[in-house]
Design a protein around this ligand. Structure first.
Ligand code: NAD
Length: 377
């Protein structure tokens, strides 16, 4: 028998089609009478419909949420929240909008509701990432956990197919790293496997028919589970790599996850057999890394970091930053090894999966061999 710790979630989750109509009663259940709606400029229409639905309970809309939660945007939103006397925030959108809600909550204590419209999963995590100047910091703060998340599949029907695919692969990355997390537990393992099954089943359908309600429901369900994994167990090398690449070169979040995932999985393959076997179950073929690479390619996701705007000269700097802080990964990673897989990812080559991995080796290859406890979102 294995000893484990499982952290349960405190967030209430409502899932279905048309569930946004429950927002007024969910706000009411929190004792909120003055809801501030948050969105990006591109989702102002969806926000306006929610404002109509809330009627007098909506006191304003702040439609300037931006990627990576810039602190200056948060300050502006805070001033607006105070000016309208908000007693609750409702985020309609993806990780950028939900991030703004968390940033407001941590500074004011206001309760948060969300209607997630992407597959990024931020709504299920206590992680707050914020950017000041060009510096992004990430913290885990239990107080930023949302009170209520209402998943309405209908709101995802407008999410363009190409972004849906990379957003779905972003969710798969949370599930993959949960399978080999240092603090994984049987429940997180089950959720991660189920998330992978749902997303590998639904994303190919969405790529062809973005308005397929069943596939959208399946993907959103997978994204919820994957987000829950991200919120409950620690992530490893893949999330660290994406965090560094996004912060240093301004690469797009979900696309970067889509390119990097097969390469980190290839690197981790010798050290995480149980996780790899579960990934293989969700995909055609018998190799997790190649299965993920082929899956992303078939769906038209980007495959090369150079196509996302990363300069080749940045590979060395990225490798240095990725290994600089100690953090846990099932297989220890040094600069040479990271540089080797980043070079392949930059050029869009297949992941390196020959026996022993052919990667410039770090000495020991064993599960759970470094313990530093840092976590990355
Ligand atoms: P996003 O929130 O930036 O959304 C991408 C774009 O898609 C936006 O322009 C948005 O308006 C649009 N969009 C979203 N849903 C739509 C829909 N249904 N229809 C039409 N357009 C829609 O992207 P994201 O990938 O969800 O979030 C990325 C951000 O979230 C990053 O800053 C990342 O660091 C953060 N994040 C944080 C966590 C966490 O736990 N803290 C987890 C995952 C991601």
């Amino acid at each position: 028998m294995k000893t484990f710790v499982h952290r349960g979630q405190i967030t209430k989750v409502v899932f279905g089609s048309g569930t946004r109509s429950r927002i007024p009663e969910e706000a009411d259940a929190l004792g909120s009478r003055r809801v501030l709606i948050l969105c990006t400029p591109g989702q102002a229409d969806q926000a306006a419909k929610m404002r109509d639905l809330l009627g007098a309970a909506a006191v304003g809309t702040f439609a300037e949420a931006a990627p990576h939660t810039p602190v200056d945007v948060t300050q502006k939103a805070l001033a607006y929240a105070r000016s309208v006397g908000a007693d609750c925030v409702l985020a309609i959108g993806g990780g950028s909008t939900i991030g703004l809600g968390k940033a407001i909550a941590v500074r004011t204590g206001l309760p948060q509701l969300a209607l997630p419209t992407t597959y990024a999963g931020s709504e299920m995590t206590p992680i707050l990432g914020e950017t000041e100047g060009r510096r992004k910091t990430t913290r885990r703060l239990p107080e930023v956990l949302l009170k209520t998340v209402v998943y309405d599949v209908d709101l995802t029907l407008t999410f363009p197919a190409a972004i849906s695919v990379v957003s779905g692969i972003n969710a798969m990355a949370h599930a993959v790293e949960a399978l080999y997390a240092q603090d994984r537990d049987p429940v997180a393992f089950l959720m991660a496997g189920e998330a992978l099954d749902s997303l590998t089943r639904s994303l190919p359908v969405i790529a062809r028919r973005p308005d397929d309600g069943e596939a959208r429901a399946d993907a959103l369900y997978g994204a919820w589970l994957a987000g829950t994994c991200l919120g409950t167990v620690g992530m490893a090398l893949h999330h660290k790599v994406c965090h560094v690449l996004g912060g240093t070169f301004g690469l797009p979040h979900a696309e970067t996850h889509a390119v990097v995932l097969p390469h980190v999985v290839a690197y981790n393959t010798p050290a995480a057999p149980e996780a790899m076997a579960r990934i293989v179950q969700a995909l055609p073929g018998d190799d997790a890394a190649n299965g993920l690479f082929d899956f992303a390619g078939r769906l038209g996701a980007p495959r090369a970091l150079r196509d996302l705007g990363m300069p080749e000269s940045g590979i060395e700097q990225a490798a240095e930053l990725i290994v600089r802080d100690g953090y846990w990964n099932p297989r220890p990673a040094d600069r040479t090894a990271v540089r080797a897989f980043l070079t392949r990812a930059w050029a869009g080559q297949t992941p390196w999966t020959s026996p022993g991995n052919g990667h410039p080796q770090t000495d020991s290859v064993s599960e759970h061999s470094i313990t530093t406890g840092a976590r990355h979102a």
